[in-house]
Design a protein around this ligand. Structure first.
Ligand SMILES: [Zn+2]
Ligand SMILES: [Zn+2]
Length: 285
């Protein structure tokens, strides 16, 4: 039988400025996380939060990206060859902040050299932002000097879900700040929410029953206006009771090894396997 395999690869697990912060390397030599993050293969090295869903069988392979932020190019050169991600068959956006959408210009490599175009699935309000930030990708008549740009096919998403290459992405509307919303997505039994400060009841109902939940967890302690802290994220995970949880969108306040040890203890207490995600981590879904 030609079995279909679904995997998720974390292309980035860091917040907007990434880890290390340049200012920690230039101003404050005592930030242990940022100073560790410059070492090769440090799990504290974090590019902008993004994942790829890889669906494959013996005779086909489809790769669907969720977000491509400012550091998409650096993530791609590191992880695309390693995980043999050859094409981008769709890109679905959580929201139009630059750490989620700032890498759109770099998609030109694929449409110049690998495939004719890339479908971009996004909300109407995000399309309006992209129309301002990447006006020449939306309206190619504005290209100057005759250079080539990424050929993107923008598709507005609305309603309860989007189907990309036969895979359903259920829309999960969450607060990302008091008056701004981002989308998370449920893909079969996996829930992915990268940017979130509050989950409305209606969305909580859609998440319930997920076996794996990937959730925003910016830092420890201090509350943040537009992101969950680790403590808030753990509280939600305990409430939702998946089998496994992964935390992402992490800033330099979280040291990978220290917090991973803390999560081993938290997993024992709660019976839920909780992990800190890291760039390049691949999981089966
Ligand atoms: Zn730092
Ligand atoms: Zn954001």
């Amino acid at each position: 039988m030609n079995k279909i395999k679904k995997e998720l690869i974390f292309l980035g697990t860091g917040t907007s400025e990434g880890v290390p912060r340049v200012s920690c390397l230039t101003n404050s030599l005592d930030c242990l996380v940022c100073n560790d993050a410059v070492k090769p293969n440090s799990k504290n090295r974090r590019y902008n939060t993004s994942v790829v869903i890889k669906i494959s069988s013996l005779d086909f392979e489809k790769n669907i990206l969720i977000d491509a932020g400012k550091s998409f190019y650096q993530s791609a050169i590191k992880w695309f060859p390693k995980y043999k991600i050859n094409t981008i068959d769709g890109l679905i956006l959580t929201h139009a902040h630059q750490d989620a959408a700032g890498g759109f210009d770099d998609l030109r490599d694929w449409t110049n050299n690998t495939q004719s175009s890339i479908p971009i699935y996004l909300r109407k309000e995000d399309y309006e932002v992209i129309n301002k930030t990447f006006y020449y990708l939306v309206d190619t008549s504005k290209i100057t000097s005759g250079g080539t740009v990424a050929k993107l096919n923008f598709i507005i998403i609305d309603g309860t879900h989007t189907i990309i290459e036969g895979q359903k992405f259920e829309h999960l509307k969450v607060n990302h700040g008091d008056h701004y919303f981002a989308n998370g997505y449920r893909i079969d039994n996996l829930t992915y929410i990268s940017d979130c400060s509050f989950i409305p009841d209606k969305t909580m109902r859609k998440i319930r029953g997920s076996e794996i939940i990937i959730l925003d967890s910016l830092r420890r302690g201090n509350k943040h206006k537009s992101h969950f802290t680790l403590e808030e994220a753990i509280e939600k995970i305990v409430e939702l009771k998946p089998k496994k949880a992964y935390f992402t969108d992490i800033c330099h306040d979280i040291e990978h090894n220290e917090v991973s040890r803390y999560l081993v203890d938290a997993s024992k207490h709660t019976g839920i396997k909780m992990n800190l995600a890291y760039d390049g981590l691949k999981i089966n879904i």
